[in-house]
Design a protein around this ligand. Structure first.
Ligand code: PGA
Length: 245
């Protein structure tokens, strides 16, 4: 299991960041732990190079550098030891990020050996299952433009927007998650031969909490979680990681 903690903008002091980072180190015995933290904390945590906790950025710039005020490039992130980057999170898409921009970001990350965590997911579920088309379009926009090798390097995070920032009770049901994971791998099958879609890691995000994580992990075919609010409280995150290990 790979568990990505998406701190979003919840963590606003270095003390809190250090506490979360230190406790995450103790959780690496249970799962692969990836911390997606605000950029400044990456500098702070990146120094301890031998750490088993992997560092992620919550976004990566399209910029390749130069005169581009305010941008943080993939090269900069890589030089700080970042090995993953969340790309196309719905909270960034809501600010105007298009599929084209998401594709560029995926390419920038890959060019610097940073594993992109590509977020896809529908706004809501409709009885005609048109939401499947949304997910298909988001996946296709990226996978159709990558090489075979690059396709296998992407982690897909299925994050239904309606389930984000809620509670375990309002999150997705295991059976619905299982169905979506199968669908995602079916779409990936259009871009990858044979059994290769099974090699692409698919993780789930959207109110994954200690109370539902184990049920969601069992039998759904996911390889891990992208955890938001439940990742910024030490006991809660620790309980979630232990629950799925
Ligand atoms: P949540 O966020 O766990 O708070 O629902 C998940 C995400 O948006 O990555």
């Amino acid at each position: 299991m790979i568990i990505v903690a998406n701190w979003k903008a919840y963590v606003d002091t270095t003390e809190k960041a250090k506490k979360l980072f230190t406790s995450a180190k103790r959780l690496t015995q249970y799962a692969d732990i990836v911390l997606a933290m605000p950029h400044p904390y990456i500098g702070m945590c990146g120094g301890s190079a031998k750490s088993k906790v992997a560092l992620a950025a919550q976004d990566v710039s399209i910029s390749t550098g130069g005169a581009d005020t305010g941008e943080v490039t993939a090269g900069t992130l890589a030089s700080l030891g970042v090995s993953y980057a969340i790309v196309g999170h719905s909270e960034r898409r809501a600010k105007g990020e298009t599929d084209e921009m998401v594709l560029e970001k995926v390419k920038r990350a890959l060019a610097h050996n940073i594993t992109p965590i590509l977020c896809v997911g529908e706004q809501e579920r409709d009885p005609d299952a048109k939401y499947l088309n949304t997910v298909r379009a988001q996946l296709s926009a990226v996978f159709s433009q990558l090489s075979q090798k690059e396709r296998l390097a992407v982690v897909v995070a299925y994050e239904p927007i309606w389930a984000i920032g809620k509670t375990a009770a309002e999150s997705i049901q295991p059976v619905d998650l299982e169905e979506m994971v199968l669908y995602i791998r079916k779409v990936l099958g259009e871009y990858l031969p044979g059994k290769s879609p099974l090699k692409v890691r698919v993780i789930y995000g959207g109110s994954a909490e200690p109370g539902n994580a184990r049920a969601l992990a069992g039998g759904s075919g996911i390889d891990g979680f992208l955890v938001g609010h439940a990742s910024v409280d030490v006991p809660t995150f620790s309980a979630l990681v232990r629950a799925v290990s």
